[in-house]
Design a protein around this ligand. Sequence first.
Ligand SMILES: Cc1ncc(COP(=O)(O)O)c(C=O)c1O
Length: 413
Amino acid sequence: MDVARVRKDFPILARPQHGKPLVYLDSAATSQKPSSVLAAETGYYESANANVRRGVYALSVAATDAYEAARARVARFLHASAPEEVIFLRGTTEAINLVATSLGRGRLKPGDHVVTTVMEHHSNIVPWHFLRTYQGVHLDFVDIDDEGRLRMDGLEALLAKRPKVVTVTHVSNVLGTVNPVREIAERAHAVGALVVVDAAQSAPHRPIDVQQLGADFVAFSGHKTLGPMGIGALWGRHDLLDELPPYLGGGEMIRDVHQDRISYCEVPAKFEAGTPNVGGAIALSAALDYLEGIGWGELAAHERRLQEHALRVAEERFPGQLRIYGPPRAADREAVLAFSLQGAHPHDIASLLDEDGVCVRAGHHCAQPLMERLGVTALTRASPYLYNSTEELDLMFDSLERVARLFGRGRAS
Ligand SMILES: Cc1ncc(COP(=O)(O)O)c(C=O)c1O
C-alpha cells in the first residue's frame, strides 16, 4: 500500500500540531475522513437534501432513493441477506442499546442470564447493566487469560447457566484481541442463546461477513470506518427484527396511531424513528467504497507491518520498561496498541506526546472492568490505521523516549 498516496486523500493530515507534523494515532477513537467521504456528505446537502420517506415530490424521492442505496451498500459490506436487515443508527452504542432494550421488552424475564466479557467497551456492558438494574436479569462476565485472550473454558462454564444472550466484542479496543466469534456463536446457539457482536473495532479493518460470523446481531460505527460521526448500523436476523418490539417511538416507524392502540412499520423502518442521518448514511457508503478501493488484503498487510514494527521497536528501545497489553504476536491482534511506561502516568504520556504532535489516547478507554482485571487504572493507547507509516510510529517512540527521560527512567545505555 502506498501510504504517501493514501495520506493525500485525508486533508486533515496536512494540519500541523504545535508547529510539528500531525501524527494521528487515535483512529480507534475515531478515524480521519478521506475527501471522497467529505464530498459525498456535502454533495448530498448540495444536491439532494430533503426529508426521506415522507415527500411525494422528486427531491424527496431522490433523497429516499439515495438513503436506501446506502442501506444496500452497507448490507453488501456486511454480507447481509437483505438490505432490510440493516438499521441505520447513530453508531455501535445506540445499536447495542436497541438490542438490549428490545430484547428486554420482548424476550428476557427476571432471573434470565446475559453473558458478556471483561474486555468489553462500556457500550456493550452498560445497556445490559440496565437490564440487570431495572429488570432483574443476571449479568455474567467471561474472564481473559494473561495474554488478553478470552477464556473459552470460562465461557463454557457460564453457558451451563443457559443464558438467553451472549454478547461479545469482535476486536477489543484495548487489547487488540480478535475473538473467535464464530466458535462463540456456535457454542452459544447450542444452549439456545442469542449472539450479539460489537464490531466497532473490527469493521474498520476487515470486511464483516455476518453469515460467516454466525451471530444474530452485529453493530458497528461509521466514524471509526472512515465515515462521519453520528451514523452506524445494526445488522439483525430478519426474523428476530420482525419479532422484537421497537426501541424508539416517533414518526416514520408507525403504521397507525390511535388513542388506544398503535401498530408499527415493517423493518427497518420500525427501528428508525424520526428523521435519520441521510447525509451520514450516504457518506458511510462512500467510506466503504474507499476502503474497498484500497483492498482489504492490502489494508491487512499494511496494518500487520505496523503492528510488527511497533512490537519490535518497543522491545528494542524500551526493554523491560514499556509493556504492551494483549496477545504478544502481531498475527493475533488488530488495530490497537495499549501500553504502560514504567514510572509515567498515561495522561502525562499523552500530554507530552501531544507537544510533539503525536495524538494518542490515555485513560480507561471506556473499559473499566478490563482495567480492573488488568490491575491498572489507565493505559496509553496508540491506534494506527491505513494512513499511518512506520516512520510515524518511530516519531511516537522518539517522543516516548523523551517522556522516559523526563521521568528519570531513560534507557540504560
Ligand atoms: C469496542 C467498541 N465498542 C463500542 C464503541 C462505541 O462506539 P460509538 O461511540 O461509535 O457508539 C467503541 C468506541 O470506542 C469501541 O471501541
